[in-house]
Design a protein around this ligand. Structure first.
Ligand SMILES: [Zn+2]
Ligand SMILES: [Zn+2]
Length: 363
């Protein structure tokens, strides 16, 4: 029987290489030959045991690959054929619950505990539910996007962070041309927010980071940011006041991981009537010195951002295809899936002396 090579997360900080049988493909399903899979903080949180992780399972929710087998009905519904190069959204929505029918399929409540690639245990057949593998099973309600042939695999997987940039910095806050936007955190998603904000015509883009983020802040300027702030050298709220003539920012996006103080800073930085998007999770920790009166006093809109939706992924792929941005500058490492453990530690800055921005795992 043909087999797939896969990395299985068996528990916190534990990954092992395994061979899993390739499934037969029914009329509504397909099989993806994985070219590359991006990783993000969510992968690390599963690895760390901080969020839902159905051990043992194949992680990986940001894959790009080629269809190598597809059922007749799936081919018709997804409008793809064998050989098609596609990016796969993490969500596998039920398409019949109130949220799916209301258009918010990324919040699907139809299946529990979670129906998303990289979040389904090996015990659910066929087990190949993640991108850390040579092959991934595509379930009937998968959501696919075509990927231009000219994008190298390791850059094509940037569809995921760049899609987040469009949804979190542009769509959710309703960013308009000329707006001032502050992005807290210059990681892969923060830098993606810079690209998205620039595409949307933001008038002023400010990015904050730590002293250790010096290279990332320089890259933010290269990608189109107007100002950067080292929060260890200058109070970021004061800096934003100074840079906006005291007005504050129309939109503030927090993509910092674990930095609880970023939430209060975001609220302080926002202009009257502004919008704050919270997208960086804080390891379930509460935010100290949080005064809801500030939200009332300035009539702020505060929005949580969990995932990315179809339109934002499409915009990301269109911008990637355009060649307008040096995507290779956002990408730092391409590693074999067998080095997934090191990749996750690298991303979390746990490997001394080595800095990673975006990592693609390749089978
Ligand atoms: Zn992710
Ligand atoms: Zn649903």
């Amino acid at each position: 029987m043909a087999e797939a090579r896969a990395m299985v997360m068996t528990g916190p900080r534990s990954l092992e290489a395994r061979r899993l049988p390739l499934p037969d493909v029914g009329p509504d399903e397909a099989l993806l030959q994985v070219e590359a899979c991006g990783i993000c903080g969510t992968d690390y949180e599963q690895y760390h045991g901080a969020i839902y992780a159905p051990y043992p399972f194949v992680p990986g929710h940001e894959p790009v690959g080629r269809i190598v087998a597809i059922g007749e009905r799936a081919a018709a519904r997804w409008r793809v054929e064998v050989g098609a190069r596609v990016a796969v959204e993490p969500a596998i929505p039920c398409l019949s619950c109130p949220l799916c029918l209301g258009g918010r399929y990324t919040l699907c409540m139809g299946r529990r505990p979670m129906s998303a690639y990289g979040f389904i245990p090996l015990s659910v057949p066929p087990g190949l539910w993640g991108g850390y593998a040579s092959h991934m099973y595509l379930a009937p309600n998968s959501v696919l996007h075509r990927v231009p042939e000219h994008l190298p695999s390791e850059l094509a997987v940037l569809f995921n962070p760049l899609g987040a940039g469009f949804r979190w910095a542009v769509d959710l806050p309703g960013l308009r041309a000329g707006d001032t936007v502050v992005v807290l955190g210059p990681g892969q998603r923060g830098l993606a927010c810079v690209i998205a904000a620039r595409e949307a015509g933001a008038g002023c883009i400010i990015v904050t980071g730590l002293a250790a983020d010096e290279a990332r802040l320089a890259l933010a300027l290269e990608l189109g940011a107007h100002h950067t702030v080292n929060v260890e050298a200058e109070d970021p709220v004061e800096a934003v006041r100074r840079l906006t003539d005291g007005r504050g920012a129309d939109v503030v996006v927090d993509v910092t991981a674990y930095a609880v103080e970023a939430v209060t800073q975001a609220i302080e930085m926002a202009a009257r009537g502004g919008t704050v998007v919270l997208a960086g999770t804080k390891g379930r920790r509460p935010v100290p010195d949080f005064y809801s009166d500030r939200i009332i006093g300035k009539e702020l809109t505060v929005k949580g951002a969990l995932g990315v939706d179809y339109a934002s992924y499409e915009r990301a792929l269109a911008v990637m295809a355009s060649g307008r941005y040096p995507l290779q500058r956002l990408h730092s490492h391409t590693l074999p899936i067998e080095e997934a453990d090191r990749a996750l530690r690298l991303l979390a800055r746990e490997v001394p002396g080595e800095e990673a921005l975006h990592i693609a795992l390749v089978p």
